[in-house]
Design a protein around this ligand. Sequence first.
Ligand code: SF4
Length: 427
Amino acid sequence: MNKSDTERMSGMLMSLGMEETDNEKEADLLIINTCSIRQLAEDKAFSKLGVWGKLKKARPEIKIGICGCVAQVKAKEIKKRAPYVDLIFGTHNIYELPKLVEELKNTDERIISVTNNPYVPESDYPINRAKSVNAWIPIMEGCNNFCTYCVVPFTRGRERSRRIEDIVKEAKKSLEQGYKEITLLGQNVDSYGKDFNDGQTTLANLLRELNKIEGKFRLRFVTSYPTDITDDLINAVKECDKVAKYFHIPMQSGNTEVLKAMNRRYTREQYGEIIKKLRKSYKEVSITSDFIAGFPGETEEQFNDTLSAIEKFELDYSNTAAYSPRPNTKAAKMTDLFLSEKVKSDRLFRLNECNKKAVMHSNQKCHNKIYEVLVEDIKTEDGERTLTARTEGNKIVHIKSDKNNIGDFLNVKITGSNVWCLFGEVV
Ligand code: SF4
């Protein structure tokens, strides 16, 4: 979502006549778009601001801005901690950027614009997409779930969906520009449309509408909340030939007690039932997840349930992280239950090892099968070209080929794999 916001902000700045540069030393305007999902991301943002503060000492005319989730919840702290920052704006203020940049030109005062009233423009806005074949399209923002460890409801607000017609319009435009894969984004994507309360604006119906667009392209959506995956959505994914048979469904813990403490509204068994249903519904489906190691009070036994869940549900891949207390969240107040850094890092290590095994198992199941892949990148080393492509199940495949180009769909036979990728040949 942050990357998508960055593409939108970059597009707005370019429409003002600005140019991008890879060299921060020559930039006139520097903006960091921050993430506050874990403390480490926040620390990195402050450290980058420190580097830019030094640049500003040498070139006082440059302007420095910070936006995104950290700016949304910590504007006052940033103002104090980084006096050289000229512009602070929140997650709900990104569409104000052209106006804020104009204001910056005419003042030496610092500008702070952080609102809690979300605004998504209905009309077109310029987007400078970072990837060559994949267009990210946010379809909703915010979350109503309040998982006890998560800062998103505080940084992104409550769920708000965009209208189906606006999304279809943006999708058509990106396809006309040559994009071949559309990823629909939402913090809780299968809640899409609930705020319209009309029974028609649902993720399933949105997929059906997008699937009608002519031409060869692929559609996917992230991130799903386990118990919000409806039968209608499962059917829509089955009916729509352009929709990837791929679900990203964070489980977070394999233990029901820990899930309860996390305020996740399902048990280990219910999560298993959903996975079973999805596997039964499609010939082949890829399911990925997220897990947290060392949630406050998590026992060794409860942690082992997470390891066994990854194995039992044959998850294709999982994002993993050690628990990190976030501002405003309930879990951050459970200080007497916090586990030591050593316990957390040991559990994270074991979680990663378990995940690697699951990925290897999943990748090996692809051997000798033929998949349609979309070429995303080409690298030439020692005169040999290697294509990097993606399967419908979101696996990366490396292929040696002289003939094919970025944006091509190819049929590829998988000849081998390691933890990070598959290897294949064009058939
Ligand atoms: S559902 Fe996801 S985004 Fe929403 S509060 Fe829970 S973890 Fe955060």
